[in-house]
Design a protein around this ligand. Structure first.
Ligand code: FE2
Length: 331
């Protein structure tokens, strides 16, 4: 079966095509806010504007036509309402117009399963770090559980917010990483509560230090070093608790080289296998949605059209419930 995946939870509109687990294409375009965070309306306008082009790119890269597609998978949440609505309307339109089966996918689940698939590490402990999410997860009897998570902002959100404080043109973790590579360590607030994390104190401290003249490079390095060390400590605790011998890191922040080095060092010391997917599959992308859609379709079948709506606060623990109820209501 060939599936088309549509990713639309935040700034990226991505479309990927997967055939029986093999990625055939992965096209995307991202809305880049200037001085502000993501403005939902602007992200939605961006997605509507590029929808046709990204679809064409995905089909061309995969060298297929829309008639070859068997399943349309879309990102159902968690995410921002307006961009989600555009992506989901597009998915519903394509499914209706070309008579395709359709299924909604939990965004976090998609990040995890594409990483399991590409690293070959199955049933791992998962550290999921992105703009809006920071969670430590484990699967027990087919159900995902969140063992620990941020108690305030997502780690990527911390980086973007600080990027705006120091006036970066494109306030994004990738830009902050470039600065951090040239910095030295300054002590920052370090808050781990069991397997939960607190990041906002770091932002406040970094803002104060910035006002008092500390170097941007040193602040970027210290902010990243401290938050990554916190994530490592909480993850190591979860590894010991679950006795897992495999760890996957996924999500947009998993593209950060320093984070990957820190996690690899920790895993080597603890005799744990560490895996991370290539960057293309850690930033938001359509291929992960297509792949996850394929897996979920095999287990739950297609979703009735009336259930294809955004679930902005879609936590992974609700996935079984949402997909099972959809199956019950299918005619
Ligand atoms: Fe993501």
């Amino acid at each position: 079966m060939i599936s088309l995946g549509i990713e639309c939870t935040a700034h990226t509109l991505g479309m990927g095509i997967v055939k029986d687990g093999k990625v055939l294409s992965n096209a995307s375009d991202a809305y880049k806010p200037k001085d502000e965070g993501i403005l939902p309306r602007k992200a939605a306008d961006h997605h509507a504007e590029v929808f046709g082009k990204i679809l064409e790119d995905a089909l061309n890269q995969a060298r297929i036509r829309i008639s070859d597609i068997g399943l349309i998978a879309f990102s159902q949440g968690p995410g921002i309402g307006s961009p989600l609505a555009v992506g989901i309307s597009g998915a519903r339109y394509l499914a209706g117009r070309f008579n395709k089966r359709i299924i909604g996918v939990n965004h976090c689940y998609a990040h995890i399963v594409i990483s399991e698939h590409l690293t070959g590490l199955h049933e791992p402990l998962v550290l999921y770090l992105s703009g809006g999410n920071s969670q430590i997860l484990v699967r027990r009897d087919g159900v995902w559980h969140v063992l620990g998570e941020t108690l305030d902002v997502g780690i990527g959100n911390l980086f973007d917010s600080f990027g705006r404080v120091i006036g970066l043109k494109y306030a994004h973790g990738s830009e902050l990483e470039k600065l951090a590579n040239k910095g030295k360590y300054i002590e920052m607030p370090y808050t781990v509560k069991g397997m939960n994390l607190v990041f906002s104190g770091i932002l406040t401290a970094a803002e104060k230090l910035h006002k008092s003249g500390a170097k941007k490079e040193d602040l970027a390095f210290s902010l990243m070093e401290t938050s990554f060390a916190m994530a490592c400590e909480a993850t190591e605790r979860a590894l010991f608790l679950t006795k897992k011998k495999k760890l996957i890191c996924c999500g947009g922040v998993a593209q950060n080289t320093r984070l990957k080095t820190m996690l690899k060092t920790m895993c080597d010391e603890d005799g744990v296998e560490f895996g991370v997917a290539p960057n293309e599959f850690n930033r938001d992308n359509g291929a992960m949605i297509a792949y996850a859609g394929e897996l979920l379709f095999k287990k739950y079948g297609a979703m009735p059209m009336e259930r294809c709506v955004a679930v902005t606060n879609y936590r992974i623990e609700r996935m079984e419930e949402i997909l099972r109820t959809s199956r019950r209501t299918r005619k």
